[in-house]
Every structure is written in C-alpha cells, then in structure tokens.
Design a protein around this ligand. Structure first.
Ligand SMILES: Nc1ncnc2c1ncn2[C@@H]1O[C@H](COP(=O)(O)OP(=O)(O)OP(=O)(O)O)[C@@H](O)[C@H]1O
Length: 310
C-alpha cells in the first residue's frame, strides 16, 4: 500500500455553481460549465463521466488551478485554487490528458527530478515499480510507447505523495493488463488515504474503481450515486426479452421468474421461448440512458412493449 497524508477536513473538494464560458462576442459563446456542483470526500474515489465536450476537463483544470472560472465557489483542500500557492500545489497530484514532454532524460531521472520538488516525496524507484516500469527505469523517455508514457505520467503525478490526485482519462492507450495493474495501484493509493478524482470514458473502469460516480452533461451534473445505485432504484430492474413472431418483445420487471413462467406456460409443455434472455442493465446502460443515448436494454416500461430485433 502506498501511504498518503490525512487531515480532519471531511471534504477534499467542494464546488458550487461553477461556470466557465469560452468564446467572444464576435465568435459566439459556449457555456462549457454551466452551474456545476460537486463534493468529493476525503479518501473517496470519484469518477466523473460524461460525453465528449461535457465540461469534465474544464472543471478538473479549474480545480487544479490551471484554468480560471467565470463564477462559482471552489474549495480544493480548503483553498481556492485561484489564490492557492506552492504549498497547496505540493499537496495535489495531477495526471493531465496530454503527456508531458518526453526527452533525453531516463524515466528514473525524470521521476527523481520531480520528486525533488516536493517536501515529502515517495521513493522514485518504488513509484516506478508501482506503475510497472521497473524494467524501463533507465530507458530514455523519448522512446517510450504511448501506454508507457501514460504510466510515467501517473508516476510523476503520485511521486509527490499527493493528498488529492486528479486523473484525467488516465488509462487511455493502456493494454488490458496495464489497466488492471493501474486499477490495483489506484485502489492501493485510496487505501493509503489518497483522495482521487478521475475522469474516464471507460464504464468498467468507473465500476471497478469508483466509490461514487458523477455524470456530467452540458456542463452540469445530471446524476450521482455509487456504481450500483446510479440512476435510482428502478435503473437496474432486470429486463426479460424474447422473440414473438419476428418481433422482439421486452418486459422490465422485478419478478423475471414470474414473466418467464408465464412465457413457458404460453409455449406449452416442452415448448421453447425463442430468443429468451434476462439481463440486468449495466452501469453503461444506466449511463447511456442518463445522457440521453439509447441502450441495449432501455426504452421499456413495466408493461409489455416491443421493438424490432437487432
Ligand atoms: N480552450 C478552449 N477554448 C474554447 N472552447 C473550449 C476550450 N476548451 C474546451 N472548450 C469547449 O468547451 C466544452 C467542454 O470541453 P471539455 O474539454 O471541458 O469537455 P470534456 O468533457 O473534458 O470532453 P472530452 O471527454 O472530449 O475530454 C467543449 O464544447 C469544448 O469544445
């Protein structure tokens, strides 16, 4: 476990009514963030989900102090990032979407030089091993693959032993094995007391890692909950589906066995119910319905309804 620091303030991030507008009178305005509220408790992993352009990166960059805001209240580790100084910056870790410059330095040199700028940094070799780059520690950063650069970004983000870690789409370009070990690393950081705010487009990543999921659309939060409760009590109601003379029928029900029993009775002794399936909507299905996209198991009420077979 990689240990972090703890203080008594229960909220690591508090955002109220955040607004950010891009553009000009001549080119037109775009409300990238349009009145967003967000709380992140200490020791929590929160995943921010949302379609491209929803305002996730803009929000995260405001929280990191890299972007100014037009309106709203923001507290990150008790301070307003707009005014916070170097001591505050040393308490946060940042892994941005774009890799930092890669050059003639080796991984070890780069992680060591970053570590040197923090008052209580982690051991560089320990961090390099934790992101799975131990064998590459003496390789030049210039020659790294996309996934290896991303791992190095993560190493640079955590070497300062941050209390709060921002991860903006951290596993883009990772192979499946690297993603699994990254998830273990993030969980171990959280277990050591680090608070983590992560943006991702991978729903399995959010389901695996997040204590809480926040869905952003058009610059506002449209839903929040644990990965299992997002969307409210009815969102995970099972769906029974079957074929009925070339038409796909579906029924959303808390009593799927009863529906199947009815279908079996209608099919008669030994009869098959064509194309029978029972599915429980996944986090991805719930997410897609929250952002207004169709999902494989949505669009059905408690009564029978039909749609064409896919
Ligand atoms: N520097 C900028 N100047 C003008 N418009 C911008 C700028 N940065 C972002 N935008 C616009 O603001 C909106 C929100 O962008 P943002 O990058 O915050 O979204 P996102 O949710 O992070 O998207 P993605 O999932 O694609 O990373 C988009 O419409 C984007 O085009």
């Amino acid at each position: 476990m990689l240990d972090g620091m703890q203080t008594s303030d229960p909220l690591a991030v508090r955002v109220r009514g955040l607004r950010k507008r891009y553009g000009s009178a001549r080119s037109g305005y775009k409300d990238a963030v349009a009145g967003l509220d967000l709380d992140v408790s200490r020791g929590e992993i929160v995943a921010v989900l949302g379609p491209n352009g929803a305002g996730k990166t803009t929000t995260v960059e405001i929280l990191e102090g890299f972007r100014d805001r037009d309106d709203g209240e923001v507290r990150v580790l008790g301070e307003d990032p707009r005014q916070a100084g170097r001591a505050w910056r040393a308490r946060i870790g940042v892994v941005m979407q774009d890799s930092r410059d890669m050059n003639e330095l080796t991984i070890l040199e780069k992680v060591r030089s970053t570590a040197a700028s923090y008052p209580d940094s982690r051991d560089p070799m320990e961090v390099i091993a934790a992101v799975g780059l131990a064998e590459k520690a003496r390789a030049r950063t210039r020659g790294l693959s996309g996934g290896q650069r991303r791992r190095l970004d993560v190493a640079l983000g955590i070497v300062g032993r941050p209390e709060l870690l921002f991860l903006d789409e951290p596993t883009t370009g990772f192979d499946p094995q690297a993603r699994r070990s990254f998830w273990d690393l993030v969980t171990s950081l959280r277990d050591g007391g680090t608070t983590i705010l992560l943006t991702t487009h991978y729903l399995d990543e959010a389901a695996q890692l997040a204590d809480r999921v926040v869905v952003v659309r058009d610059g506002v939060v449209v839903a929040t909950g644990t990965p299992d409760t997002l969307g409210g009590p009815g969102a995970r109601t099972p769906v029974v589906a079957w074929d009925d003379g070339g038409v796909r029928r579906t029924e959303r029900t808390d009593l799927p066995t009863a529906v199947v029993g009815r279908l079996m009775a209608a099919a008669g002794p030994g009869g098959e119910v064509p194309g029978l399936s029972i599915t429980r909507p996944t986090l991805e299905d719930v997410y897609l319905s929250l952002i207004g996209e169709s999902s494989p198991t949505d669009g059905v009420g408690t009564d029978n309804s039909s749609r064409k077979a896919a």
